[in-house]
Design a protein around this ligand. Sequence first.
Ligand code: ZN
Length: 80
Amino acid sequence: MVEIECLACGKTVELPQFIDTDNYDGQVVCQECKSLLHVKLLKGKVHKYKIVENKFKDFNFTKLVMDLAEKQKQQEKEEQ
Ligand SMILES: [Zn+2]
C-alpha cells in the first residue's frame, strides 16, 4: 500500500483503487483539502510528486489577508 502525504495540508492521500502503484504517472486529488497532486509511481514506490493546484494554500492565503486587514483596521482605530 503506497501512502502519499499531501504537499499542501500534510494529510495522507488515499490513492484510488484504479491506480496501478507499479506503474502510474498521473494526478491524484487530496481528499482533505482537494489539492491536485501529480504523482509518479514505480514498483510501489513514489518516484516523483509535485503539487499542481494548491487549494489549501489558497484558502489560508485569503484568511491571512483578511486577518491582516482586520488588524490594520484595529490599529488605525487605536491611533485615532
Ligand atoms: Zn491536502
